[in-house]
Ligand binder design. Sequence first.
Ligand SMILES: Nc1ncnc2c1ncn2[C@@H]1O[C@H](COP(=O)(O)OP(=O)(O)O)[C@@H](O)[C@H]1O
Ligand SMILES: [Mg+2]
Length: 325
Amino acid sequence: MMKSQNQQPWVEKYRPRHLKDVVGQTEIVKRLKIFTGPSGRSMPHLMFAGPAGTGKTTCALALIRDLFGPKMKRNATYLELNASDARGIGVIRTDVKDFAKTQPPQGVPFKILVLDEADSTTPDAQQALRRTMEKFTQNCRFILICNYSNKIILPIQSRTSLFRFSPLSESEIIERVKFVAERENVDIEDDGIRALIYVVNGDMRRAVNYLQAAASLGEKINEELVYRITGKINPLEIHHLLEAALAKEFMVAKRKLDTLFKQYGLSGRNIIKQCHQEVFNLEISERAKLDILKLLAEIEFRLSQGATEEIQLNSMLAKLAIIDL
Ligand SMILES: Nc1ncnc2c1ncn2[C@@H]1O[C@H](COP(=O)(O)OP(=O)(O)O)[C@@H](O)[C@H]1O
Ligand SMILES: [Mg+2]
């Protein structure tokens, strides 16, 4: 028993169970809490949109728990389905409908169906979904989860109340990472936390996953370890690379690039991506930044077409050297 408990992924172990425990997304949480109060019965269909790892599924489940309490029972009062299931439209024609058409059990005002990746379905499937949502609104409220709300057909958009999730802020990720690290008794240095923030881009799932992966090595968690396990280059090194190239020190830049390639074993496109992220931290004119962005876009495109990495990256260094700062 103990063992399986320990092996539970931390993302699940530390998934907030109640709305009050959700980190950030304050406006969303505030609006959702209203449905758990006396006006719960008036809850409309909802749509949660936003990037991965920001709390969409977490908020859906927490809302259901706060609303239903001990009556939260899978298959009875709520159901979570994934629309990108291999059976495609079948999920919507059968599973969704079967759940939605039956009356809610005693003591709950309606059932709730959470449909994840709703934007992965075809417009046809969405039309079928819309009809089911309309027909069985009395029995069942829907929470549709998606990355992009504009990939959902308008008739559904207009029948749901939209909640836009944003990437979590630095301080929110710091707060959560410190919280989990403390509970799990792992030591993480400040530079390790900063590195985590850099690599996860507002995605809390990745932050917690990387923390667990780093902790499992049993070493002190610092920036070096975080970059090692995430396969990212320390942004300082990218910064030095760009600076050397812009300063027209071609050979210095080239040696730096060669070491990065060897040391990290990254693809050219990954390096370009990180250069792109770092451009905004360079102390050069706006104009020069725009030139670099255009250049990076060009190189990235060529690499995507199968051009040779070494030749393209050297050409990038050469072109950086002729940019007016
Ligand atoms: N706002 C948040 N507060 C606390 N933990 C979060 C938050 N968002 C994500 N997480 C962590 O990441 C995991 C995945 O979150 P989830 O809600 O499934 O993301 P998604 O937006 O992709 O549905 C959760 O189990 C939790 O550990
Ligand atoms: Mg999710």
